[in-house]
Design a protein. Structure first.
Length: 260
């Protein structure tokens, strides 16, 4: 096991310099086993003909559980090239510590880094904490969780003619539903809502849903769709070319994961 952990973590580090914000709930479909565990995931897609496009994404999760305490880290990276020109370059890293106070209540603390060159995001760092509550569950069937917390955010944005720096507190609220359809297929759905504590008109939301399909003992396929909304995306009409990012973006991805 230690050899697999070392190799997998090495691969993640190699790819950590090239995906957007991740739904952390999709990274924990259930309590991990005692000791070390994790997964490595990879996806690739392309187009040919009138438009030549290649997209590659890699990532994974490494977790350690000891009794009521769990720690896990997530790394993700993605790059897209169209007609030989880079059109997307994203990176994401997240670390979280969890203490299970009871069967239904857990406390969490986390830190995170994110960058997205082609969405004008130079860097976003955040640190936060909160509680995770199990509202409903049925063994080997479904579970419903609610998360309540807050985080402090430091963000640098490239607006063409200048670099904008922002520092703020945001609430971190989420609702998560996980359903085991059968022994091979699980469905999940998550909603995040993150408003600025000083201005609730400034908020971000994420709706993420997908299926996890077990192909073999260690190999899974994930088919996911997410919809993201930022009420105040980067904007500078005086820049050349003008910067006016969309408030709402969506994405669908098919990913293969190897678990250990």
């Amino acid at each position: 096991m230690s050899f697999r952990v070392a190799i997998s973590f090495f691969l993640l580090l190699c790819y950590s310099s090239a995906q957007a914000i991740s739904n952390i709930e999709s990274q924990r479909p259930g309590p991990p086993p005692e000791g070390w565990s994790g997964n490595v995931e990879f996806s690739a897609s392309g187009k040919s003909g009138d438009v030549e496009e290649d997209r590659y994404a890699v990532g994974g999760r490494l977790a350690y559980r000891a009794d009521k305490n769990t720690m896990f880290g997530v790394l993700q990276a993605a790059e897209t090239r169209s007609q030989g020109v880079k059109t997307a370059d994203e990176s994401f890293a997240h670390f979280r510590g969890i203490h299970q106070y009871s069967d239904r209540l857990a406390g969490e603390g986390f830190i995170q880094f994110q960058s997205n060159e082609f969405a004008s995001l130079l860097s976003r760092y955040l640190a936060g904490a909160g509680g995770r509550f199990e509202l409903l569950s049925r063994k080997d069937s479904y579970s419903v969780y609610v998360g309540l917390g807050a985080f402090h955010e430091w963000e640098r944005t490239d607006l063409g003619t200048f670099t904008e720096r922002q520092e703020t507190w945001r609430l971190n609220n989420y609702w998560s539903y996980q359903h085991r359809l059968n022994e091979q297929v699980n469905w999940y759905g998550t909603l995040y809502y993150q408003p600025d504590v000083d201005d609730f008109q400034d908020y971000r939301t994420l709706v993420d849903t997908g299926f996890l399909v077990r192909l073999t003992g260690s190999l899974r396929m994930k088919v996911s769709y997410n919809l993201r909304h930022d009420s105040e995306p980067p904007r500078n009409l005086l820049a050349i070319p003008a910067i006016d990012r969309e408030k709402t973006n969506s994405q669908y991805v098919t990913t293969f994961m190897y678990e250990f």
